[in-house]
Every structure is written in C-alpha cells, then in structure tokens.
Write a protein that binds this ligand. Sequence first.
Ligand code: IMP
Length: 196
Amino acid sequence: MRLLLATSNPGKVREFQRLLAKAPVEVVTPAEAGLSLDVVEDGETYAANAAKKAVAYARAGDCLALADDSGIEVDALGGRPGVFSARYGGEGLDDEGRNDLLLHELAAIPDEARTARYQAVVAVAWPDGQVELFFGTFEGRIGRERRGTRGFGYDPLFVTAEGRTAAELSDAEKDAISHRGIAMRSAAEYLRGLGS
Ligand code: IMP
C-alpha cells in the first residue's frame, strides 16, 4: 500500500520515514509522486489543518496520505502561539527570531510559571475524504537561554521534564517522548492494522 507524505519539509520527511519504518506501507514523498500542492493552513485547530493537508494529497495522489500539524502552547501566554507557532511574530522571523521573541515575552515570568507543551495531530486520509486522527502531547517549560544544537524550531528553549532541552536529545530520545513521536506511533499502529 502506498502512503504519500503530505509535506516537502526535509526534516519532517526524515522524521516520518524513521517513524514509519516498520509500517506495511511504501512511503512516497510528493516529489517522488510528481506532486506539488500548495495547501493553505488556515484552520483554527491542528486537527483541521492536518486533515485538510492529508485529504488534499490523498485526492491528488489517489492513495493514502499522511499529514501532521503541530505547535507549542505557552501557559503564560494563554496558550499562544499554538496553531500559529510557525508564524509567531510574523512571516519575517526565522526560528532564531521566534525564539528571541519568546524569551522577550517571557522575560518577567518566573520559572514555575514557564510551563508549555508541544501538541501534534497526525491525519491519515483516504482518497474518498475519510480521515483518521492521532494525537500527541509533550510537556515541558520554556528556559531562559538556548541549549543544544539538535532538533528545530523552539527545541533549544524547550526544557523537558528531566532537565535537558529538546535540542539536547538524540533523534531516538526525542521520538520516544515527543508529541509527533506519540501521534506517529498511533498512526503507524493503525497502518499496521490495515495490513493484517
Ligand atoms: P507545522 O506543524 O509545520 O505547521 O509547524 C508547527 C510549528 O510548531 C513549527 O514551525 C515549530 O515552530 C513548532 N514546532 C512543532 N513541533 C516542534 C518540535 O518538535 N520542535 C520545535 N518546534 C516545533
């Protein structure tokens, strides 16, 4: 069974391929399928965005498709940036700029109130529009300085329960506890069920 990944982001493609290694599917990227879709992520929830992307790719590729949407929710900011995490501070900022802005917004917030979580929703869609959703949460807090060089996005500031940042974890360590790892393991289990 062919499973089209509804993303062209090389980091996400690698992560998905790693997490789907044992699922009974032939994983293909949009480039391999000759597809280039521009799906606007204008949903109000992670689930709406993930489902929209997965359905668009499943229809275009006439096969199963998998998409995710994710974000970080900071309690002291009332859950912001949430579904807008990739655009926090506006389109002009890169990861560095977004992390600077987050440190700035939290400058006066004491350690015990710097709790945050990553959320992920993975959607698996069929060409007829049917969608299955899988969820994952990764609890942590926002540090006061960057630590670590791995991962991406907010990882250098995201302090895990054991004290290291997500950017100080190996791929395997992050996959084992991360929002996307948790959601993807549920999705992979669902895909394994289809194969039996
Ligand atoms: P999207 O899921 O591609 O729409 O992007 C979600 C955004 O949330 C990313 O651009 C990051 O800013 C942030 N994010 C989601 N998951 C992670 C993670 O595992 N590490 C760091 N940042 C993340």
